[in-house]
Design a protein around this ligand. Structure first.
Ligand code: IMP
Length: 192
């Protein structure tokens, strides 16, 4: 069994990733490796932020590590909220406020196409690699559903009639941006 760290304390993400990884891996959170501080996240792209977080953990805690950074990109708003998704409506990082601002900014726009994009950065002694996962969809005019987190209630993935917040974890896991990026990381890890 390989022990690795996922550089997050977000319980939703940990649960999602643990269930996707299966029994070959012991997945530790930041808290579980004793990292209680806020990770640096000063990049201007998802790629830079994911790499910065994974490198920080690897260098300070000496454990193979991966970190993710996710953004919701909308076509009508030139890619916003993108790398600013977590604090789109302000430093309080409130999902309710973020959704409200997004819906306000999209008012009157015909094009509601959007996509979730996850970048996963893997860092170990010999190499660092980036993996990408994308789910296309659209932003609804009103939230629907109460599962998931973040922008899930307003995101309708392409080809589905349920929002991410109307899907249970298994269903969301089978198509999510994070799952798609994770699949690529898993393929890489298992191929060695
Ligand atoms: P992070 O950089 O992965 O922490 O995510 C940035 C922002 O995107 C946060 O506001 C999250 O709530 C949101 N986000 C990340 N993943 C998801 C998801 O799977 N569904 C909905 N929102 C998400």
């Amino acid at each position: 069994m390989m022990t690795i760290c996922f550089a997050t304390n977000n319980v939703h993400k940990l649960e999602e990733v643990r269930s996707a990884l299966g029994p070959d891996f012991c997945l530790l959170s930041l808290h579980e490796i004793g990292c209680l501080q806020e990770l640096p996240e000063t990049g201007t792209t998802l790629e830079a932020n994911a790499l910065q977080k994974a490198q920080f953990v690897f260098h300070h805690y000496n454990i193979p590590c991966f970190a993710d950074d996710t953004g919701l990109e909308t076509l009508a708003l030139a890619g916003a909220p993108g790398v600013d998704s977590a604090h789109y409506a302000g430093p309080q990082r409130s999902a309710t406020d973020n959704i409200a601002l997004l819906l306000k900014n999209l008012e009157g726009k015909n094009n509601r196409k959007a996509r979730f994009k996850t970048i996963l950065a893997w860092v170990e002694p010999t190499q660092q690699i980036l993996f990408e996962g994308i789910v296309p969809g659209e932003i609804l005019e009103k939230p629907r559903g109460n599962m998931g987190f973040g922008y899930d209630p307003v995101f309708l993935p392409e080809g589905y009639s349920k929002t991410f917040a109307e899907m249970d974890m298994a269903e969301k896991n089978s198509i999510s941006h994070r799952a798609r990026a994770l699949e690529k990381l898993l393929e890489f890890l298992k191929s060695r």
